[in-house]
Design a protein around this ligand. Structure first.
Ligand code: PMP
Length: 375
């Protein structure tokens, strides 16, 4: 029978304790949330929700077409201008997701004959971008400028280095200034995914690239998601105008995809304006992360020191990680659970996100529950 082969994979997954299931979240969930990526607590902010509602009323429930046909509203153009301005880049292009933005940036900037140097800890969407690109990919050790230098030194012709700015599993930051230095020595472009840096790092949340003094550089391209700090949905690529023009003409996930829904554009714009008005939200998210890490460490747990808002706690095995997360949930705390194959190093973890709107009492409660349910 068709699809019978799936059974074999499902059995192997069950044996390894790696089965994934969906759990719909009720609207009034009483859980304390340390699992979402709503770093600034903006997803349900009245201004963000109003931005979405107003955009849907004005422009409709969907974008109605691809960006080059009917799917570019004035609101899309406004978001692109404001995002570019906020992060310090010449231009921006909005996509229907951060995933699509990453596929676009990598494929369009790595033509046939080019070299893509890719960090071993990169997000799946960057990895998939490398797989789809016409250029050749060389994976290098995690956060290793020397390895990047070596890889670039072996190649003649166009080259890019592709890296997350903040790695989504452990929450550690890439050494951006050193990586940019290595790229410049070899005339290579730097393409970085600031999904976890925007809204958290840099002056008022302008991101990791801004913090590293690389915003607006003509050899740097940044991708972001609108779905984490900005509490909406969608993604964007920021960079020099000529790169953005190139993406409009060459990036398949831009050309052949329906434009981002107006409600998501409106929500992201409202969140961006809020962040401009209340820049302290970014610093608060970092502060909460530091406090979480300090309390977890004091409780004897193995937590990785956070560079942004992600705090990762080691679990002894995939089974224990699942059981630990389930026990947290039963005690009213939602935490993320990362295990293979999502983690390339095979280490299972709980993944906690520090939200700017968490109170001291909530942080204390979260750490108490995690400590009481530990393996
Ligand atoms: N890059 C990174 C580093 C991410 O963590 C994510 C989200 N999981 C994405 C890209 C994808 O963004 P989106 O969810 O908007 O598709």
């Amino acid at each position: 029978m068709a699809f019978d082969w799936i059974e074999e994979q499902a059995r192997a997954r069950r044996r390894a304790g790696l089965v994934r299931t969906l759990r719909p979240r009720p609207a009034d969930a009483p859980l304390l949330d340390l699992a979402s990526n709503d770093y600034l607590g903006l997803a349900r902010h009245p201004e963000v929700v109003a931005g979405a509602a107003e955009a849907a009323r004005t422009w409709g429930g969907g974008a109605t077409g691809s960006r080059l046909v009917t799917g570019t509203t004035e609101l899309h153009a406004e978001l692109e201008r404001e995002l570019a301005g906020f992060c310090g880049f010449e231009a921006a292009l909005v996509f229907s997701s951060g995933y699509a933005a990453n596929l676009a940036a990598v494929t369009a900037l790595a033509p046939h004959g080019s070299l893509i140097v890719s960090d071993a800890g990169n997000h799946a969407s960057l990895i998939d971008g490398c797989r789809l690109a016409r250029g050749t990919t060389q994976v290098v050790g995690h956060a290793d400028p020397e390895a990047v230098r070596k890889a670039l030194g072996t190649h003649e012709g166009p080259a890019v280095l592709v890296s997350d700015t903040v790695f989504s599993v452990d929450g550690d930051a890439a050494p951006l200034a050193e990586l940019a230095g290595a790229c410049r020595e070899h005339g290579a472009g730097l393409v970085v995914d600031d999904a976890h840096g925007l809204g958290v790092l840099g002056d008022g949340g302008r991101g990791a690239v801004h913090a590293a003094g690389l915003a607006g550089a003509d050899d740097v391209v940044v991708t972001v998601t609108l779905s984490k700090s900005l509490g909406s949905q969608g993604g964007a690529v920021l960079g020099p105008a000529r790169v953005i023009d190139h993406l409009v003409n060459a990036a398949r996930t831009f050309i052949f995809d329906t434009g981002l829904a107006p409600a998501a554009v409106g929500a992201a714009l409202a969140a961006l304006r809020l962040l401009r008005r209340e820049p302290e939200r970014a610093a608060r998210a970092r502060e909460v992360a530091g406090e979480l890490h300090a309390r977890l460490t004091a409780a004897g747990l193995h937590a990785v020191r956070p560079d942004a808002a992600v705090v990762s706690v080691r679990a002894p095995s995939p089974e224990e990680a699942v059981r630990w997360a389930a026990d947290c949930r039963a005690a009213g705390l939602a935490v993320g659970c990362f295990r293979p194959p999502s983690v390339p190093d095979g280490i299972s973890r709980l993944r906690l996100t520090a939200r700017a709107d968490l109170s001291g009492a909530q942080i204390e409660r979260a750490v108490r529950v995690i400590g009481e349910t530990r393996p």
